[in-house]
Design a protein around this ligand. Structure first.
Ligand code: IMP
Length: 417
């Protein structure tokens, strides 16, 4: 497979980092095309855990390289921390990363704004506080800072002054970092990037390279958190669907496959509709068994049952061609497992929500299936077959543990039963 996109099929935290890591050994380039340090992609190398928020999940032990696309918003300080962590175990790994200078920076101002805005909202979104929304807002309102600005001192000073002027007017002088201090801070970070020998290369210059080799596009968050088609306004501010590859100069028609990663149940962090949320002891048990605490914020995740209407919606919105299922093992030992097969939306039964607004009014209609003692059991295969029949998408891979190698194909599963 030459070009594969992997996106979250639910509200994020489906285990994409691990899945990407599994496939990355077969790809030369791993490309992040959207989001920022709000994402938390956990990978294991030689049994050691690494949580990357910005860096594409490349395989340190292979020769693969990572690209951070223009659709991302990049907190440079966080980026350097991630490089340093990897460098400690894999010296010179930073040279294997390339950043599109057209991507936007997340500045300390954006993090201050994120906190201020949440306190001003009547109904907070529950953001990760990483400055993602304000940075994307600045991009759209033409007040953002593109990364190439870091390499032009005069331009950087000019931009910082004009952005600061605007922001202090909007926020009544509540931002605490002066443009002069911001300039010094960014100069220092630029020096660090140069020391680490990180490459700045645009997707335009990479176009031929990408097309002559294999590329894995690593999505962030999940389709239901997508700015355009997620459960707005309880969404993130970036593209969570495969169409986000356009920011790296690709059309979705150029992709061989789009895998949606789905958890065998559903979780969500932050506020917003969650039709299958479970408030009972079983929900709590699943949270503990699945260690459902945010990789970025440590917040307990909300937990609920598998939601087929949401998966059907994700399939259509993001053009999914296959699924990878994760964490079926977390449900091991439950006698029964509930699955939402349709929604009742204002008295009308719907198998697929037509708009994101339907999620706000949906009452789940459940079917109950038999549980499984292990994911090698026939009942788990039946569960998967049920999902496939109901969504029209095959589950090609099964992840049955946090380690990269704990993955099997559908055929492996069938043979073992
Ligand atoms: P923001 O992206 O920090 O602005 O947060 C907006 C919403 O998206 C909040 O509900 C967050 O909890 C959620 N969110 C952002 N990133 C992730 C993620 O990687 N996984 C799950 N939820 C996320």
């Amino acid at each position: 497979m030459q070009r594969l996109a992997i996106v979250g099929a639910q509200w994020g935290d489906e285990g994409k980092g691990k899945v990407v890591n599994y496939f990355s050994k077969d790809f030369e380039w791993i490309v992040r095309f959207s989001g920022g340090a709000n994402a938390g992609h956990t990978i294991y190398v030689d049994g050691k855990k690494y949580v990357n928020h910005l860096l594409p999940s490349i395989q340190p032990r292979s020769s693969s390289r990572g690209f951070l696309g223009a659709g991302m918003v990049i907190d440079v300080e966080q980026l350097i921390n991630e490089f340093e962590t990897l460098e400690a175990d894999f010296p010179d790994i930073s040279c294997r990363f390339y950043i599109d200078p057209e991507a936007f920076a997340v500045l300390p101002w954006h993090k201050e704004e994120d906190v201020l805005l949440e306190t001003m909202r009547k109904e907070p979104i529950g953001t990760t506080g990483r400055g993602i929304g304000p940075s994307y807002t600045d991009k759209v309102s033409r007040e953002g800072l593109k990364l190439y600005t870091l390499f032009d001192e005069n331009l950087l000073k000019e931009r910082l002054e004009s952005i600061y002027h605007m922001k202090q007017n909007i926020y009544n002088n509540r931002l605490t970092v002066s443009p002069e201090d911001m300039f010094k801070y960014l100069q220092r970070l630029r020096g660090e990037l140069e020391r680490l020998k990180v490459n700045f290369t645009s997707a335009v210059d990479m176009s031929r390279v990408f097309r002559s080799t294999s590329v894995l596009f690593e999505g962030a968050q999940g389709v239901l958190l997508d700015l355009d088609f997620g459960t707005y306004p309880f969404v993130t501010s970036g593209a969570c669907m495969a169409h986000g590859v356009s920011s790296v100069g690709f059309s979705t028609f150029e992709l061989d496959s789009v895998y949606g990663v789905l958890k065998a149940y559903t979780t969500r962090v932050g506020a917003g509709p969650f039709p299958t949320e479970d408030f009972t002891e079983t929900g709590e048990k699943i949270r503990e068994m699945g260690k459902e605490y945010g990789a970025t914020t440590g917040r307990p995740r909300r937990v609920g049952w598998l939601d087929l209407p949401a998966l059907r919606y994700a399939r259509i919105r993001s053009g999914l061609t296959g699924f990878v299922i994760t964490k079926g093992d977390v449900l091991n030992g439950l006698e029964e497992v509930k699955v939402c097969v349709a929604y009742d939306v204002d008295g009308v039964v719907k198998e697929v929500p037509s708009t994101s607004y339907d999620f706000f009014r949906a009452k789940p209609i459940y079917e109950t299936v038999k549980g499984w003692p292990t994911t090698d059991h026939i009942n788990f295969l039946k569960y998967m077959t049920f999902i496939e029949r109901e969504t029209g998408v095959e589950i090609d891979y099964i992840s049955y543990g946090p380690k990269t190698e704990e993955m099997k194909t559908r055929n492996d599963l069938i043979i073992n039963i």
